[in-house]
Design a binder for this molecule. Structure first.
Ligand code: GLU
Length: 489
């Protein structure tokens, strides 16, 4: 068996789409699972689509996602260059194109734009495709030599017969056979001397000894032409795995419009890279036991590409958020604090113990931007309605709450230690003395210090963070509010 070698071969056209990241991840996992090599190759032959800075985005994203390549433009593994525009300068594509011309599998074409525009077109997968009529296939050797000598612009086209069929194999889709008449004599070398993406891809995968290719199934329709190229050269084609489409919740293709289609979008929305990678791994693949949470190391161990599914994968944002929450919960508290701190500081400007706030919210958020909604009351007590003191299960009303707060206030005023444990002990003493339920006392207190129905901690935890002075002032405010309410009854 050949050593497993995979590559991620992005075209630098912008942000890294979730679908691209999935291909990169699966390629990485296939290589690492087998103890092979994972390569990064930059496919920049389409100069019109090239976006400045996109190569940096690729490096940054791969690094953040933990997909560390063994070979690439910055790590020579002996089969470089790893950037197609640099490979082109070595003459490699022209050399192989000429080899095909010699074999009769490709031919020079000198047709100008005008002539090409007059040819018939066909709509394939929504796109208008021109089917070349093989006009230049019939030029004599002499005509070709003269045209070339005269410096006439040319392209080199693949020569696909009009009869017969071509069969190729995909790991997920099995053997697929197409009529050759449906295949266009696609351009291999463009008039600017650059190879087309399809041709460079084949030459590179072979010369760089790639064994497995994972990519989106939008490339499925080009696969037979690839097969013909491999056969024409007498090369063995790599194992192809064309992945199903990723859709949004409405079963439409995941696109920029959905707002979370790229890795960078997700980072900006406060997701953790490791949660995103974990989630993306499950977009089309699942382990035998349906487990869902995996570190990258665990994925490497478990990943078996034979278990990739053919059905479209739905990108479920709610599920990703849930998963991110699981990662937050399991995170080392120190790391959680360092990541959460900027989000906490954006809300809490007072000198409070932010570490304690972080510890309180660690198990309650899904993504970091959720933090703001949980902690605003630490900064200032919101306006709230006295009816908030009423709680059926706790058996509290505005009246019982007023009585409890009024009685507890002097105890708290006399309390020196405002730590959570000491406060809890103190209040528990009061609860026992009165023979009431905990909630009968804690509910009014928590309401008074937070003005909220839901808080990230219990009454005493909140009071510890707020400190004695602020807690007492809020309880007094609660008493005043409840007295006002009683007066108006
Ligand atoms: N350059 C192609 C892309 O960015 C790669 C396709 C392939 O992996 O073969 O989509």
């Amino acid at each position: 068996m050949d050593r497993v070698r995979t590559r991620y071969a992005p075209s630098p056209t912008g942000r890294m789409h979730v679908g691209n990241l999935r291909s990169a991840l699966y390629e990485f996992l296939i290589a690492k699972h087998a103890g092979g090599d994972f390569m990064l190759r930059i496919e920049d032959t389409d100069q019109e689509r090239f976006v400045e800075g996109a190569v940096d985005i690729i490096y940054r994203t791969m690094h953040a996602a933990g997909l560390i390549h063994d070979e690439g433009p910055d790590k020579d593994g002996g089969v470089g260059p790893y950037v197609q525009s640099e490979r082109m300068k070595t003459g490699i594509y022209m050399k192989y194109a000429k080899e095909l011309v010699e074999k009769g599998e490709a031919y020079y074409c000198f047709c100008d734009r005008e002539r090409l525009e007059s040819l018939r077109t066909e709509v394939v997968e929504g796109k208008e495709i021109m089917l070349y009529d093989k006009h230049c296939l019939h030029l004599s050797e002499e005509e070709i030599r003269e045209n070339l000598a005269a410096g006439m612009p040319f392209v080199i086209r693949q020569n696909i017969p009009n009869e017969g069929t071509t069969t190729f194999h995909d790991e997920l889709y099995g053997d697929i056979t197409v009529e050759n008449a449906e295949l266009d004599d696609m351009i291999l070398i463009k008039s600017d001397g650059y190879p087309t993406y399809n041709f460079a891809n084949v030459v590179d995968d072979h010369t760089m000894k790639i064994t497995h290719v994972v990519r989106g199934n939008e490339y499925l329709s080009s696969a037979p032409k690839y097969q013909r190229l491999y056969d024409a050269f007498g090369w063995e084609s790599p194992c192809y795995i064309h992945l199903p489409l990723i859709t949004d919740e409405n079963h439409k293709k995941l696109s920029k419009r959905s707002g979370h289609s790229s890795f960078e979008d997700l980072m900006e929305q406060g997701f953790l890279a490791e949660a995103v990678v974990n989630y993306i791994a499950l977009l089309g693949w699942s382990p035998e036991d349906n487990r869902e949470i995996f570190t990258l190391e665990e994925l490497i161990k478990e990943f078996d590409y034979h278990r990739i599914s053919r059905s479209p994968a739905v990108f479920d944002y709610t599920k990703l958020k849930w998963m991110n929450g699981e990662y937050c919960k399991a995170m080392d508290p120190q790391r959680f604090y360092s990541l959460a701190e900027p989000y906490i500081r954006a809300v809490v400007t007072k000198k409070l113990d932010l570490k304690k706030i972080a510890a309180m919210i660690q198990t309650r958020i899904e993504v970091f931007p959720d933090i703001a909604g949980h902690i605003g009351f630490f900064e200032s007590l919101p306006e709230y309605d006295p009816s908030m003191y009423r709680h059926k299960k706790m058996k509290t009303t505005e009246e019982t709450s007023l009585a409890v707060l009024t009685e507890v206030l002097p105890l708290l005023e006399a309390q020196e230690d405002f730590g959570n444990d000491a406060l809890y002990e103190l209040l528990l003493g009061y609860v026992k003395e009165k023979g009431v339920k905990n909630g009968y006392v804690m509910w009014p207190l928590r309401t008074a210090v937070s003005g909220k129905q839901m808080t990230p901690g219990g009454a005493t935890e909140l009071m510890e963070v707020l400190g004695k002075e602020e807690s007492l002032s809020r309880i007094r405010r609660g008493i005043a509010l409840l007295e006002e309410h009683a007066g108006s009854q």
